[in-house]
Write a protein that binds this ligand. Structure first.
Ligand code: AMP
Length: 223
């Protein structure tokens, strides 16, 4: 099962992605996570990417496109993948589509979580990351996934682990830049979504309701 998931930062894409990933038992390939792992491990790729990520800019396509196309060739992706955070612009969408066509790889689902810019921004600022598991969603502004409290501090609602916030999630300028990229219909992510809309059928999900409602809607639309 090969799946693409689109949605602006803060739309719940990661949370819904984790649910879809469990349903199909395929690896959740998240561009942002791969970059952050490389940064924390101090790899060459991480050092190249960090400056762009801190500013909310896209890491150049020459770095990102081969990184993802190679990742999809790894053994654990043989039974499928859920790709999240890629493509992020029209050029990446074209590169991915061409690579899949060339290798005769079918795209089973393309999911788009639709959410307005203002709500997405608020949700980003409330997002917290569990140090133990990236698929433990926590957000101080969303009741359904509000962190637990221990000794007056927020902890992960799933495992009680420590929570951190991403620097680029607390920086409004960086958030606005990421959203400028997402909502750009000329060359940005929305242009990429539209590129796929012209070629494959897309499952659209309204991201505004709570996590449970959105996942019910989404799971109802997937076979
Ligand atoms: P995310 O975790 O998806 O919000 O991604 C964090 C940051 O990683 C983004 O703001 C970009 O700087 C970088 N990034 C993630 N995905 C891509 C991509 N497909 N192309 C270029 N840069 C990306």
């Amino acid at each position: 099962m090969n799946i693409l998931i689109f949605g602006p930062n803060g739309s719940g894409k990661g949370t819904q992605g984790a649910i879809v990933q469990k349903k199909y038992e395929v690896p959740h390939v998240e561009t942002g996570v791969i970059f952050r792992q490389n940064i924390s491990q101090g790899t060459e790729l991480g050092m190249k990417a960090k400056g762009y990520i801190d500013k909310g800019d896209l890491v150049p396509d020459e770095i990102t496109v081969p990184m993802i196309l190679n990742r999809l060739k790894e053994d654990d992706c043989e039974k499928g993948w859920l790709l999240d955070g890629f493509p992020r612009n029209l050029a990446q969408a074209e590169a991915l589509y061409d690579a899949l066509q060339k290798e005769n790889i079918e795209l089973n689902y393309v999911i788009e979580i639709v959410l307005d810019r203002e709500t997405s921004k608020k949700r980003i600022m409330g997002r917290r990351l569990c140090v133990n598991d990236n698929n433990h969603p926590n957000n101080i502004y969303i009741d359904a996934i509000k962190p637990a409290e221990k000794d007056g501090k927020f902890v992960c609602r799933v495992c009680g682990g420590e929570l951190t916030a991403r620097d680029d999630d607390q920086d409004e300028t960086a958030i606005d830049k990421r959203h400028n990229i997402y909502y750009d219909t000329e060359t940005g992510t929305t242009a990429g979504v539209n590129y796929f809309k012209e070629r494959v059928s897309i499952i659209e999900v309204d991201g505004l309701p709570g996590v449970k409602e959105v996942s019910e809607d989404l799971l109802g639309k997937l076979k």
